[in-house]
Design a protein around this ligand. Sequence first.
Ligand SMILES: Cc1cc2nc3c(=O)[nH]c(=O)nc-3n(C[C@H](O)[C@H](O)[C@H](O)COP(=O)(O)O)c2cc1C
Length: 200
Amino acid sequence: MHIDPATLNNKEMYKFLIGGVAPRPIAWAGTRSKDGFNNLAPFSFYNAFSSTPPIVGFSTIPRLDGRKKDTLQNVIDNKCFTLSAVSRRLVTEMSKSAALLEPEEDEFSYAGLEPAEAQTINAPYVKDALLVFECELNQVISFGDVEGSGNLILGQIKHININDDIYEDGYVNFEKLDPVGRLAGNWYATIRDKFELKRG
Ligand SMILES: Cc1cc2nc3c(=O)[nH]c(=O)nc-3n(C[C@H](O)[C@H](O)[C@H](O)COP(=O)(O)O)c2cc1C
C-alpha cells in the first residue's frame, strides 16, 4: 500500500506518527509562567540533536481548542525549561501530570509530585527524577498554525542533575534509569527486554 500524506486528515496522520515512530522517549518539561506558577507536562515528541553544543528538543502540538500549551507559552516568556527523565516507577504520576489544567493550576501537586528548583535557570523539575537537564531556549521552530501544527522547542543544556547511583564511570546506567517510552494510544514500553549487538 502507498499513501500520500496529503490525503490524510490530521488525526489519520497523527496515528501514523505515533504508531510508526515508536517507542518514543518521554521528557517531563518543567516551566514557570510569568506570574510565577509552576507547570509540568510530559512530551514524547522528544529527542537529542547535538552534543557540542548540547541540544535537546521537544514539540508541543496546540490544544484542541487552538490554544498554545502552557509549556510553550512559558518557554516563550522565560526562555528556559527543565527536562526530567520518566522512569518506570514514576509513570502513574507522569500520566496524571498530562491533565489539561489552567495556567495557574500546578501539575506537580495535582500529580502528587514534589518540585525542586533548578540551579541555573528559572524553572522547577521533578525532585524524584533520576536525571534532569536544565535548558536555556535555543529557538522555537513553528510549523504552522492549523490543527496539529507542532512547535519544536530546542534548548541548550546548561546543567545536568544526575542521581549518583545511576552515574557510573562516565556512563548513565540506563538499566537503573529504567526509562519509559511511549507507543500509541494508552501503550507504553520499558527497556526491560533489551539485547546487545556489536556494530558491524
Ligand atoms: C506520554 C505522553 C506524551 C505526550 N507527548 C506530547 C507531545 O509530544 N506533544 C504535545 O503537545 N503533547 C503531548 N502530550 C500531551 C501533553 O502532556 C498535555 O497536553 C499537557 O496537558 C500539556 O500541558 P501544558 O498545557 O501545561 O503544557 C503527551 C502526553 C502524554 C501522557
